[in-house]
Design a protein around this ligand. Structure first.
Ligand SMILES: Nc1nc2c(ncn2[C@@H]2O[C@H](COP(=O)(O)OP(=O)(O)OP(=O)(O)O)[C@@H](O)[C@H]2O)c(=O)[nH]1
Length: 174
């Protein structure tokens, strides 16, 4: 619990392969939350949202890193979430990000890197964190198209940009 990283894999085909690993599925609107953000379950959560088209999102917790690769084949786009309130886990997050970006099945997947919890005060700014992990170099060297957004799931800051990215990514019919 409270891990710094999420990998959120946007499924290639929502109709296939839901299997027994599904712990949770819910219909969610795209309205940013304005009150408490519900805690997620440990494991894998499936959520459907509608952004022009139905999009199925599989959330994989940071503690599931060793088995993330099981889901690569089913993934058409990737949201990678960094806990911007917890710089102590930044190096681990960066290592996990590099692992995802170098995975052959994800070589063409659009990537959105989210720095979440920006509503919380922290001794390091998000810009300092990006610089520390040399994010511009990571983006320049990656095969994927990478977008970065600073967000707060609690206040809704930046979530409109996430929704726009989802629409752009899926609207192209990839
Ligand atoms: N202040 C604030 N709290 C948040 C935000 N997003 C999530 N939280 C809260 O942070 C707590 C821990 O959630 P996460 O950091 O997602 O941790 P987790 O889901 O246990 O970790 P994983 O297993 O890696 O998914 C929960 O109580 C969430 O409600 C945010 O943007 N701001």
């Amino acid at each position: 619990m409270g891990r710094a990283t999420w990998a959120i894999l946007l499924r290639r085909d929502p109709r296939k392969g839901e299997g027994q690993s599904q712990k949770h599925r819910s219909a969610a609107s795209c309205t940013p939350p304005t009150e408490d953000v519900p805690a997620t379950k440990v494991g894998t959560n499936l959520t459907d949202i509608v952004a022009h088209r139905k999009i199925t999102i599989r959330e994989l917790g940071g503690c599931m890193g060793p088995i993330w690769s099981s889901y690569y084949g089913d993934c058409r786009a990737l949201l990678f979430m960094v806990d911007a309130s917890n710089p102590t886990q930044l190096s681990a997050s960066c290592a996990q990000l590099l692992g995802l970006l170098s995975a052959e099945p994800l070589a063409d997947a659009p990537v959105l890197i989210l720095f979440n919890k920006t509503d919380l005060s922290c001794y390091m700014t998000v810009e300092e964190m990006k610089s520390l992990i040399r994010l511009p170099d990571i983006i320049a060297c990656a095969t994927q198209t990478i977008t970065v957004a600073d967000v707060s799931a609690r206040t809704g800051t930046g979530l409109a940009a996430v929704l726009q990215w989802l629409q752009d990514t899926h609207g192209a019919g990839r």
